[in-house]
Design a protein around this ligand. Structure first.
Ligand code: G6P
Length: 369
């Protein structure tokens, strides 16, 4: 079994460390760097058909839903189409407004989640076009969808999704370039620049993974907390949700993700000297705003674990703990910020002695309603 785990103690840790390779595989053979475009072999939608879309609905469950929320930012920013994101079990029962000009994007690691499959069928019955972002080749959703973007992360065994999530973000980024180029909302130079950023990511994940031992020490100091709060803004908000979900799933500590700017409307009441608050504060367009949210937490005695850009002394001076990721970009920083959150959840769970790869009550894929 140790051999199956490649020498790692758990599949989850192995899968976290596989992420540079997984991302390389997601990208492999798909870049058209000269043209500033990407080629998605099983997308099945022509430029003409892509231009007929006036709205996108991204549907998923669990971690895949968090990837969907990141996808909304990417697609709205670069393709200028309205994007709605919904949880599959909500979408399928609410008489959704979709028609033949709607593109539904189903995101599912397993391709077998019952609610996501049903939501896809519901949309199809109303004439919507669809594509799936799946990891498992020939899974039910991949087979039934009109087109597929495979993530090629390789088999994911740990119930808590890690490399599948990160490669879903990459797949969404690739699809954004493809759609933006087809619609003409993204020019060749922009496409090239985005590809240029993407190809740097595997090496940057490798660099980020070097903080593993540091994160373990942080985990040791906070493992006895009863609750955790995770804060992020904009494209980092879904990453905060995902960080909180990872901790809940495997350590059984209650954790909540919140948009940093919304903290004053409720969660701020929870903050005291026992409350660890993980703040995602990379150098991006909302940096100053998040910094002031972080200061509000500190002023109320909260214990801030900041995840920030490398070399950010401003944050380091203020936060109790700082974990630095090697990027100050906006969109792909989401991938690098995810790594310390995965490692934090992992180490807290290991220290608490839970069954990391098979947490109680959870299933890798939920094929019943
Ligand atoms: C289960 C798993 C999660 C996963 C979710 C959606 O709850 O435990 O890790 O995110 O299903 O699964 P899917 O395969 O559709 O991405």
């Amino acid at each position: 079994l140790m051999a199956e785990k490649g020498g790692y103690k758990h599949f989850m840790l192995k899968e976290i460390f596989e992420q540079p390779r997984a991302v390389r595989d997601t990208i492999a053979g798909r870049l058209r760097e000269e043209q500033g475009d990407v080629y998605l072999e099983d997308l099945k939608l022509t430029d003409e058909e892509l231009r007929g879309i006036d709205r996108i609905c991204i549907i998923a469950c669990g971690t895949s839903w968090h990837a969907a929320l990141v996808g909304k930012f990417l697609l709205e920013e670069h393709c200028r189409l309205p994007v709605e994101v919904d949880i599959a079990s909500e979408f399928r029962y609410r008489n959704p407004v979709v028609n033949d000009r709607t593109l539904m994007v189903l995101i599912s690691q397993s391709g077998e989640t019952a609610d996501t499959l049903a939501a896809m069928r519901e949309g199809k019955a109303r004439g919507a076009k669809n594509i799936a972002i799946c990891n498992v080749v020939d899974s039910s959703i991949a087979r039934e969808a009109a087109g597929v973007v495979y993530t090629h992360a390789g088999p994911e065994i740990g119930v808590a999704s890690t490399k599948a999530f990160v490669t879903q973000l990459v797949a969404l980024y690739l699809f954004t370039i493809r759609l933006g180029r087809a619609l003409g909302t993204m020019d060749q130079a922009k496409g090239r620049a985005m590809i240029g950023e993407l190809v740097k990511i595997p090496a940057l994940i490798e660099k980020t993974l070097e903080m593993n031992d540091t994160v373990e020490k942080v985990a040791r100091r906070y493992m006895n907390a009863r609750d955790f709060l995770y804060l992020g803004r904009g494209i980092c908000y879904p990453i905060a949700l995902e960080g909180a979900l990872k901790l809940k799933e495997i350590s059984y500590i209650h954790a909540e993700g919140y948009p940093a700017g919304e903290m004053k409307h409720g969660p701020i009441a929870l903050i005291d000297e026992n409350m660890p608050v993980v703040v995602l504060v990379p150098k991006n367009s909302t940096y100053e705003k998040v910094l002031s949210n972080m200061e509000e937490v500190i002023a109320r005695g909260g214990r801030v674990i900041a995840i920030c850009s490398a070399g950010d002394d401003g944050v380091t001076r203020k936060a109790e703990e700082t974990l630095e990721v090697p990027s100050d970009g906006e969109e792909l920083a989401t991938i690098l910020l995810s790594v310390p959150l995965q490692l934090l959840a992992y180490h807290v769970a290991v220290l608490k002695g839970t069954d990391v790869d098979q947490p109680r009550n959870l299933a890798k894929s939920v094929t019943v309603e």
